[in-house]
Design a binder for this molecule. Structure first.
Ligand code: NDP
Length: 303
């Protein structure tokens, strides 16, 4: 079963059902796909897909993400390298490490965990652009961004691509749908806009200067919230039956995460909704595994 059903009583006393889009169900499916493609690579080329993750400094949240990425690689039998560099790493040392990995044939995907320590932040674009675009499994290199925007094959950013794959697997129609993306960051909002457009949705992208936001979101068949503000999307902003994808991850207490959507209220109106935690966040690593496989396929086919 790809979905569970949430039963909730609306204020009018009518029983509504919002389809709960559980991240773990979709992530399992996406990992299974990645595993099968990796198997085909091993059979054809005798090579294991390889991922290198560079972490600079000691950000505890980043360390958790990197450990989870390594674990996902191990589960799928990928070759995985975790490169821990000290807080005092220089721009030159980081670029030299990326250069080494660009040339390493065991490595098909390279990811530099963000945020970088303060001293390296001015070089973030330079660092991301130093990664060979064929190994850019985050999909942040301008070559991949440009290829995505012009509809050419490319490595796609993991979180927005994961949202698209979830909509597809959940049979939520995108062709001709009104889709509203709230947020225009380079890592979520803008790629989400391109990917929805590539599925023939009519896309509106909103941001902090947007006027009459609720009027716009009430027209949407699909809402993607990537704002970074707890419970920002309220029930009165949602058309009955709309699909609501919550990308937000907001820590409101040491052990309490919430999304950008007021889940308890919106689930009474929406047709389908992702929870936080347990929603989109789980898809990102699964899509990283898919991108590592896609990168390996492209590199090996070139030989
Ligand atoms: P950014 O802070 O880069 O972007 C936030 C966007 O929201 C901006 O475009 C901003 O507009 C817009 N915004 C802010 N206030 C409003 C408002 N009042 N009305 C309309 N739009 C507004 O965030 P990210 O895109 O990096 O991340 C968004 C959320 O997604 C965060 O909670 C983050 O933690 C989460 N996230 C989750 C991931 C996952 O794996 N699930 C991966 C990446 C991010 P403007 O451009 O005008 O400032």
């Amino acid at each position: 079963m790809i979905e569970a059903f949430y039963k909730a009583k609306s204020k009018a006393g009518v029983i509504m059902s919002a389809k709960l889009l559980e991240g773990k169900v979709f992530a399992a499916k996406l990992r299974e796909e990645a595993g099968k493609r990796a198997e085909a690579i091993r059979a054809k080329y005798g090579v294991n897909p390889g991922l290198a993750v560079i972490i600079v400094g000691e950000n505890p949240a980043s360390q958790v993400y990197v450990r989870n990425k390594h674990k996902a690689c191990t589960e799928l039998g990928f070759y995985s390298e975790g490169i821990e560099m000290s807080e005092n790493t220089t721009r030159e040392e980081l670029l030299a490490e990326i250069d080494r990995l660009n040339k390493d044939e065991k490595i098909h995907g390279i990811l530099v965990q963000l945020p970088l320590p303060k001293a390296l932040q001015p070089y973030e674009s330079e660092v991301l652009e130093a990664i060979d675009p064929l190994k850019d499994v985050d999909g942040f290199h301008p070559v991949n961004v440009g290829r995505m925007a012009t509809g050419q094959q490319s490595l796609l950013p993991c979180t927005p691509h994961g949202c698209i794959r979830m909509l597809e697997l959940a049979d939520i129609p995108m062709d001709g749908a009104n889709a509203v993306v709230i947020g225009r960051s380079n890592i979520v909002g803008k790629p989400m806009m391109h990917l929805l457009l590539s599925r023939n949705a009519t896309v509106t992208i909103c941001h902090s200067h947007t006027k009459n936001l609720a009027e716009i979101t009430r027209q949407a068949d699909i809402i993607v919230a990537a704002v970074g503000k707890p419970k920002f999307v309220t029930a009165d902003m949602v058309k009955p039956g709309a699909a609501v994808i919550d990308v937000g991850i907001n820590r409101i207490a040491p052990k309490k995460l919430v999304g950008d959507v007021d889940f308890d209220a919106v689930k009474e109106v929406a047709g389908a909704i992702t929870p936080v935690p347990g929603g989109v966040g789980l898809l990102t690593i699964a899509m990283l595994m898919q991108n590592t496989v896609a990168a390996a396929e492209m590199q090996l086919a070139d030989k």
